[in-house]
Ligand binder design. Structure first.
Ligand code: FAD
Length: 537
């Protein structure tokens, strides 16, 4: 660690730690990586914060961003780009927040592995594929690989923030809110004209007390603390995105995977046929869904050895397992802001903001997961940007519009707009274009045939994906789109604003496809666009 750097004098009133001033240093990513690795390996309490503050800049800070995750870092960067002076304070020794540390990035790693393993298991022993019969892949090795690798993105974000974005920051120490303009960090007091709360969210606590019991994980503790190889059975609690995404990964590693959910799984996918396709394919991969059920007890001495589940029929069943994964959703980290500032929150503890990202307290803004659902990167980053614009004197309103969404099973799944059932409630003439088509003899048609699905197309056509466009036949406007397979996510980012602006079948049919493409939407529309009266297919 850079103990040679200048120690900044600390003020009284807090437990005082020395501060390591790095403002005159220009560390490459390798140096950052080394620093972060050491700090993550140590107890965080008592660490000397890393301070990057330009002593030559005598301006008051326009805003302190409390939390340097997606919302805080992007907000600060935008404010800086507009000529303002932001300061970011984060308890972790890196910027970027939970996404690269224990949320999106490990999720994508695990989902990539699940997709790869599904390919290997489906074609096990055929062509060049090894025999996967009975083969288990080590979860511990994968987690350790991630734990080692995640300091790379952390280091890059620190490097980029300091050297390329000219951001000032204090990292590696928890901040305490003093008032709407003041934060205390390790004995030092920081003032600003505005405060942007960007403290994110944390996994919801479980109703059963599992304190001191090894073997119960959530998405954060899994990558931070897993130290043993999970046994043959995994129990996942929850039916939402995190539960299913992680469940598919555990299943793909070769473990029996039970999904225990109080409701039907995948409630966020608002099209019944798409949902059914996914559930059927997951079941084919061996996932077990215990819906309308509840985990009522976790047994074990030191480490979990079994769980008790109340099933949909009211029976109590015991399942032997040493690994329980909780995918229960998240709760905004708003307690301190409520206690010290009195910011208004909703019933879930989400800080209430207006379209300028302003809270109920003047000069206090809030962005990201702290402001509640949807808890997604785009909302955190855009929220940060809108807070910055308003702080810098622009009147800018962020209206959260309909947005595209995605998740992973063993596949990549994307959706936007209305599901078929919702569309039928709203429109009298709903037309659906989909692949594969309904086949009179029930035989699977090898469509869609997109990139990265071609082996399935040739050898297991019923696994080659699913897609659907939902259209208001009267106006010819596209009102919903669904895709199961790979490679359509990028397209959905651009499709969503076009659909919001009234994209029609005819306009989509006018576009130029890069055949062979994953979604087939353009060519399906072109096949139908010539007809005055639209028909489904
Ligand atoms: C398993 C999982 C997978 C996900 N995958 C995706 C995905 O694929 N795509 C997507 O768009 N979204 C995904 N998300 C959501 C995404 O991670 C969040 O929406 C995003 O990270 C929120 O950013 P944020 O800035 O609000 O919070 P965070 O990034 O969590 O930042 C909050 C920061 O505040 C700091 N902090 C908190 N309190 C203090 C304090 N008192 N003092 C100092 N610092 C403090 C924390 O250290 C942290 O750095 C996923 C979430 C989970 C849980």
């Amino acid at each position: 660690m850079a103990r040679d750097a200048r120690v900044v004098a600390a003020r009284s009133g807090e437990s005082v730690n020395p501060m390591v001033n790095i403002s005159q240093e220009h560390w490459p990513t390798s140096r950052w990586e080394q620093e972060i690795r050491v700090r993550l390996g140590e107890a965080t309490d008592g660490q000397a914060p890393l301070v990057n503050i330009n002593a030559d800049d005598t301006r008051e800070f326009d805003a302190i961003f409390l939390g340097g995750g997606a919302g805080g870092r992007f907000g600060a960067a935008y404010l800086r780009a507009m000529g303002g002076r932001p300061l970011i304070i984060d308890r972790w020794p890196f910027l970027g927040g939970s996404c690269p540390h224990h949320a999106c990035v490990p999720h994508h790693l695990f989902s990539d592995i699940a997709a790869q393993l599904m390919l290997e298991r489906t074609f096990s022993g055929r062509l060049w594929f090894q025999d996967m019969q009975g083969k288990k892949v080590s979860i511990k090795d994968i987690v350790e690989m991630f734990r080692l690798g995640r300091t790379g993105p952390h280091a890059f974000m620190n490097f980029q923030s300091k050297e390329q974005l000219d951001l000032e920051f204090v990292l590696g120490s928890r901040a305490r809110i003093v008032d709407a303009h003041t934060l205390a960090v390790a004995g030092q007091i920081y003032h600003a004209n505005n405060l942007v709360l960007s403290t994110g969210a944390s996994p919801k606590p479980f109703t059963i007390d599992t304190q001191g019991m090894e073997g119960v994980f959530n998405y954060a503790s899994l990558v931070d603390t897993l130290e043993y190889e999970p046994g043959p059975t995994v129990v996942v609690v929850g039916g939402g995105k995190t539960a299913i995404e992680y469940g598919c990964f555990f299943n793909a590693t070769g473990r029996r995977t039970l999904i225990v959910s109080r409701h039907q799984p995948l409630p966020m996918i608002n099209d019944a046929e798409t949902r059914a396709y996914l559930l059927e394919r997951m079941a084919e991969q061996g996932m077990e869904f215990w819906a309308n059920a509840e985990l009522t007890a976790i047994e074990g001495d030191g480490r979990v050895s079994s769980v008790t589940i109340r099933t949909a029929s009211g029976e109590f069943k015991t399942v032997a397992t040493d690994f329980v994964f909780l995918g229960l959703g998240e709760r905004p980290n708003s307690q301190e802001a409520q206690d010290t500032l009195g910011v208004e929150v909703d019933t879930n503890g989400a800080v209430k903001v207006d379209t300028r990202m302003q809270t109920s307290i003047p000069n206090v803004y809030a962005v990201g997961d702290l402001t509640g659902s949807p808890m997604e990167m785009f909302k955190a980053r855009k929220g940060g940007m809108y807070a910055a614009r308003n702080i810098m004197g622009e009147e800018a309103h962020y209206h959260l519009k309909e947005y595209p969404d995605f998740m992973h099973t063993h596949y990549e799944v994307c959706w936007l707009g209305l599901g078929e059932e919702q569309a039928r409630e709203r429109y009298r003439n709903v037309v659906v274009l989909k692949l594969p088509p309904d086949n009179p003899d029930g035989q699977s048609v090898a469509l869609p045939a997109g990139d990265r699905m071609m082996l399935y197309v040739m050898m297991k056509p019923h696994l080659s994906g699913f897609q659907k466009l939902v259209i208001d036949g009267d106006t010819r406007r596209i009102v919903g789109a669904f895709h199961v397979g790979y490679g359509a996510k990028d397209g959905f980012q651009y499709l969503a604003p076009m659909v919001r602006n009234g994209l029609t079948v005819d306009e989509l049919g006018e576009m130029d496809e890069l055949f062979l493409n994953p979604s087939y939407f353009i060519q399906l529309c072109r096949l139908r666009a010539g007809s005055k009266v639209l028909r489904g297919m």
